[in-house]
Design a protein. Structure first.
Length: 277
């Protein structure tokens, strides 16, 4: 059983949703990333989504675009991301890590080489934003041969056929993009989110995580009522940006925000457990 499967199974037993913070590898400086990852886990993160910087991040809003640019200026490449994951694994063998990025760097390295190096570093899942399942067979084969989980996105506009296609190809969890638009968008409709998750679950037993548009503990707690995972990205990356010149403050304030998200989600879990028959 993969680390992702183990984590979601354990949380299901506890009736808790996973908290999945997203950070950009190397932002605001390479040496900050691994200490921040460990601090996020201590604050209550269950899975870490680690962004791989790319020069043309079509799915990202301005906040994460700027984070990617800062990381690229620091010389962060896919190879250096593997090094950061390996460094993290030296002290944490349990927390799942999902790489989130774009296909071009993977193609440049080669699917087999990418999968081999990702597995050796300690990566658990790969989310390639611009790769639909219909075109993913070569990468899927490479990932599955190394027991890496391919993770795919679904959107509010995804119909039954698209959901079914993603469900056939995905492992680890399915990432539901709760908003139309890029990362950092707002106007989260929680009723619509709940309806879509129910529709997705008719096609798969995989956990369903929800991301895009979650920026407060209250929103995280509300999403945790209906989803198996809550993914928070732009709200964290914005705090990293605000404290980029003061890494010590960054390493305190960003985990504190994650701890507030986790506390709100856990209050929801306790309330739902007490209300259950």
């Amino acid at each position: 059983m993969s680390r992702l499967a183990q984590q979601f199974a354990a949380l299901k037993e506890e009736r808790r949703a996973a908290l999945v913070p997203y950070i950009m590898a190397g932002d605001p400086a390479p040496w900050v990333t691994v200490p921040l990852m460990h601090a996020l886990v201590r604050a209550g993160a269950n899975v870490i989504e680690l962004g791989v910087p790319f020069s043309d991040p079509m799915a990202d809003g301005p906040v994460i675009q700027r984070a990617g640019l800062r990381a690229l200026k620091q010389g962060i490449t896919l190879s250096r991301v593997f090094d950061l994951v390996r460094e993290f694994r030296a002290k944490d063998a349990a927390t799942p890590i999902v790489l989130m990025g774009y296909l071009n760097p993977i193609e440049n390295l080669g699917y087999e080489a990418f999968a081999e190096r990702a597995a050796a570093a300690g990566v658990d899942g790969v989310l390639t934003v611009d790769l639909p399942p219909e075109e993913a067979a070569p990468l899927l084969a490479a990932l599955r041969s190394r027991e890496l989980d391919p993770i795919f996105l679904l959107a509010p506009t995804s119909g039954p056929a698209r959901i079914e296609a993603v469900a056939r190809s995905a492992a680890g969890f399915i990432y539901y993009v709760s908003l139309r638009g890029v990362t950092g968008a707002t106007h989260l409709d929680l009723n619509e989110v709940g309806e879509k998750i129910r529709a997705i679950r008719r096609h798969t037993a995989l956990p369903v995580g929800v991301g895009f548009g979650i920026s407060t503990p209250e929103q995280a707690a509300a999403v945790a009522r209906v989803a198996d995972a809550v993914v928070v990205g732009s709200a964290l990356v914005s705090r990293i940006e605000q404290n980029a010149a003061n890494p010590e403050r960054l390493l305190a304030e960003v985990p504190a925000f994650v701890a507030a998200l986790r506390a709100a989600m856990d209050r929801t879990a306790r309330a739902m457990t007490e209300a259950a028959p």
